[in-house]
Design a protein around this ligand. Structure first.
Ligand SMILES: *[C@@H]1O[C@H](CO)[C@@H](O)[C@H](O)[C@H]1NC(C)=O
Ligand SMILES: *[C@@H]1O[C@H](CO)[C@@H](O)[C@H](O)[C@H]1NC(C)=O
Length: 462
């Protein structure tokens, strides 16, 4: 903008909005024009305007004509679409234009027929159609009304230049209501699956907690919280819109819903383990006392140290296993006048006078029982090894039963049963001499033999 003479306040830019300025007027190029204006408006003070000597740039409403080397008036009535609104008619004038009622007859006298204005000196009518103007090569080029502010679009509208004209359109997301563009409330159209937030010119979809916007920015897809650092201590299960924490076996979910605490299985039942329950993180285990080993998961089984070779018995000893342990016994337990006849048998030779009142043989046997057996309990059966026709056998506990914890029940004349009469608690050990007295029918023969039975009572009920 601006030219050599653009100092006086009389110059004004071409009307931005001719519709709002039906009497838009600019650039009083001549006194004649001013006289005309005074005539129209009735009151104004005349002002001087200086004539420039030459132009290199043109003021508003003029354009440079290279041929004539002068500024040439622009016919705004042609270049500005709807330069005047409605009933008003557009009157081009030097350096500007006027909108006047069609009935203003006085204008027509002046319009186009008045003497040429002294300034600018040479004016050529625009030879181009509306919205075009000649360039240096005298061909018509489009006038960009939008950049040259020759449009009447509202601030709410976008101006689009078109060949020969321009267009006022609403921006995306706006709709023309009356003269103005107003925001479209897209949320009314249910574009969003969950929630919608209207924004000037657009909208945004939002999702409920546990969901996130899908690729189309409208639908909501479940968030897999488990993949995104859900605070589950042990296991996480994604579900629609949320997630669930679970715990491994042996743990229970804390009230907070996230953390897991160990379950003390041992406190639930005293029958989980035969001997001792030991709680561990996420599980429990059963322990057995010394001399026992775990059978399956909860039972304790005696370890036969004599079988496993875990014993420390010497060559001259025999290993005897019992519940919870073992014993090394001398293989030769025979004491004078007895002599050893086999691993566990001692014999008192009849030829030895010392043997006359002694049992003719002593057989060593060992057995093991558990504590607190229900009673009466058959624990050992004694059987005569040799049966003589007409002979009779009687059985008795000869020694070792001072408390009366055992008794003998005769089964027939060749066998008897050792019965535990009272519940006993180990660890404890009995050495019982079970005597078998053999008599013939005439009672003329009497022989005694002893079974020396060691009964180990284990410390436990298993
Ligand atoms: C969704 O929104 C994002 C971020 O605003 C954008 O980059 C993307 O192009 C949008 N996708 C669609 C399908 O509109
Ligand atoms: C004892 O039993 C044996 C064998 O059964 C038999 O021969 C014998 O006659 C029995 N003695 C008596 C006294 O019943």
């Amino acid at each position: 903008m601006g030219g050599a003479v653009a100092e006086t306040p009389d110059f004004c830019p071409p009307p931005l909005s001719p519709r709002m300025l039906p009497f838009a007027s600019c650039l009083p190029g001549s006194l004649l024009f001013w006289a005309f204006l005074l005539l129209l408006l009735g009151a104004a003070s005349p002002q001087d305007s200086e004539e420039p000597d030459s132009y290199t740039e043109c003021t508003d409403g003029y354009e440079w004509d290279a041929d004539s080397q002068h500024c040439r008036d622009v016919n705004e009535c042609l270049t500005i679409p709807e330069a005047c609104k409605g009933e008003m008619k557009c009157i081009n004038h030097y350096g500007g234009y006027l909108c006047l009622p069609r009935s203003a007859a006085v204008i027509s006298d002046l319009h186009g027929e008045g003497p040429p204005p002294p300034v600018p000196a040479a004016q050529h009518p625009n030879p181009c159609p509306s919205g075009y103007e000649p360039d240096e090569q005298e061909s018509c080029v489009d006038v960009d009304e939008c950049t040259q502010a020759l449009h009447d679009c509202r601030p709410s509208q976008d101006c689009h230049n078109l060949p020969g004209s321009y267009q006022c359109t609403c921006p995306d997301g706006y709709r023309k209501i009356g003269p103005e563009c107003v925001d479209i409330d897209e949320c009314r159209y249910r574009y969003c699956q969950h929630r919608c937030v209207n924004l000037p010119g657009s909208f945004r979809c939002q999702c409920e907690p546990g969901f996130q916007l899908g690729p189309n920015n409208r639908s909501c897809v479940d968030v897999n919280e488990c993949d995104m650092g859900a605070p589950c201590e042990q296991r996480c299960f994604n579900s629609y819109g949320t997630f669930l924490c679970r715990c491994n076996q042996g743990y229970e979910l804390h009230r907070d819903g996230f953390s897991c605490s160990d379950i003390d299985e041992c406190s639930y039942s005293s029958y989980l383990c035969q001997y001792r329950c030991v709680n561990e993180p996420g599980r429990f285990s059963c322990h057995c006392p010394q001399g026992y080993q775990l059978l399956a998961t909860r039972l304790c089984q005696d370890i036969d140290e004599c079988e496993t070779g875990a014993h420390q018995c010497s060559e001259a000893q025999t290993c005897v296993n019992f519940h919870g342990g073992y014993r090394c016994v001398d293989t030769n337990r025979c004491v004078e006048p007895y002599v050893q006849v086999s691993d566990n048998r001692c014999l008192c030779p009849a030829s030895n006078p010392l043997c006359r009142e002694q049992p003719s043989s002593i057989v060593y046997r060992y057995m093991s029982i558990t504590s607190e057996r229900s009673v009466p309990a058959d624990v050992f059966q004694i059987q005569a090894t040799s049966v003589y026709p007409g002979a009779y056998n009687a059985f008795q506990i000869r020694a070792g039963n001072t408390q009366g914890d055992f008794y003998i029940r005769q089964i027939n004349n060749v066998s008897a049963m050792l019965v535990l009469a009272r519940p006993v608690t180990g660890p404890r050990e009995y050495v019982l001499d079970l005597e078998m007295v053999t008599m013939n029918s005439l009672m003329s023969y009497r022989a005694s033999s002893v079974l020396r039975l060691t009964v180990f009572v284990g410390a436990y009920t298993f």
